[in-house]
Design a protein around this ligand. Sequence first.
Ligand SMILES: NC(=O)c1ccc[n+]([C@@H]2O[C@H](COP(=O)([O-])OP(=O)(O)OC[C@H]3O[C@@H](n4cnc5c(N)ncnc54)[C@H](OP(=O)(O)O)[C@@H]3O)[C@@H](O)[C@H]2O)c1
Length: 281
Amino acid sequence: MKQIKLSNGVLIPQIGLGTWQITDKELMGTLLEHAYNLGYRLIDTAAAYSNEMAIGRAVTNLPLERGELFLSDKVWNTGRGYENVRKACEKSLKKLKTDYLDLYLIHWPASPKLYPDWAGINADTWRGMESLYKEGKVRAVGVCNFKAHHLKELKKTAEIMPMVNQLEFHPGMMQEDTVSFCMAEGIVPEASSPLGNGQILQNDTLMQIAGKKGKTAAQICLRWAVQKGMVVIPKTVNPDRLAENMDIFGFELDEEETRAVDGIPYCGGIGIDPDEVIEFG
Ligand SMILES: NC(=O)c1ccc[n+]([C@@H]2O[C@H](COP(=O)([O-])OP(=O)(O)OC[C@H]3O[C@@H](n4cnc5c(N)ncnc54)[C@H](OP(=O)(O)O)[C@@H]3O)[C@@H](O)[C@H]2O)c1
């Protein structure tokens, strides 16, 4: 398993399992068993996914030591603020049946459309994240869906900069400004929806490259992101696809193929701009 070193030295697996929209306990149990057997060690969840308890239960049935697993979780928008984020983390730890997280992320930045003091809210939440890190409740801290201007603002007050920024990244949605800002600041970019939520896999360019290389369009998306230094967290409930998504380390895209994928226009995905968001529950 290829791993990437975060700015504090913690190693994160370069591929993990996304779990958004998987809530069924039995399904989670068999899925994590398959994933474990295939070598998946990073599991990405969020308080908002309503599956932390299912994951906690499934993990206790796996034949591994806690240290072999990389558990990544996110604080929801209702947990913003110093005290709230600390309480939210305690709740998540209980549900996941663990006493620490490997990575804890702010799920969404406060939206300027809703909060005139969005920067102050993000800074206060981040102070809570830093306190959890210093206390050893979380081995690494980061954010999701922060654009470069959110990160620049956070940098003014942060004692510790985020180690990861999880953001939507797939062919047709590269968020180049934010990704290059992250790279320059030593923040590891992690691709959420690396398959465009399954909506981009019929794209002609992807299918042509996949056909030529004897791979699938999904493998081309994941390989392309991994070659750019991204962590990828594809979601699937299908054991064959779990294996397919993991099998991306034995081939390479050349420059021409990479350029062709870079040039794909927007063709599907989640596509939410955090600055345009009015309310998120
Ligand atoms: N931080 C955030 O705000 C944020 C936002 C979105 C996502 N995420 C994280 O990123 C993870 C992945 O994103 P996502 O769930 O939006 O979508 P995704 O991983 O881009 O795509 C998942 C979709 O593709 C299908 N799929 C998976 N592997 C496939 C393959 N090899 N061939 C064909 N189809 C395949 C899945 O269907 P089956 O399950 O039926 O196989 C599912 O419909 C999430 O689960 C979550 O952990 C985070």
